[in-house]
Design a protein. Structure first.
Length: 52
């Protein structure tokens, strides 16, 4: 039987995500990253206000 996730899986997932972000940074224009940052900040702000 499986007993949940291992910590090693979390490190591997972070490494994969970092690699994808680096590859996308080489392909996508700079304006996209500012747009993504703005969307993430708005989403985090809405989430934070709803949780309070």
């Amino acid at each position: 039987m499986r007993r949940g996730r291992n910590r090693k899986n979390g490190v591997g997932l972070i490494a994969i995500l970092a690699g994808v972000v680096i590859l996308m940074a080489m392909i996508l224009p700079v304006g996209f990253w500012w747009f993504l940052l703005a969307v993430l900040l708005i989403a985090v702000g809405i989430w934070y206000n709803r949780c309070r």
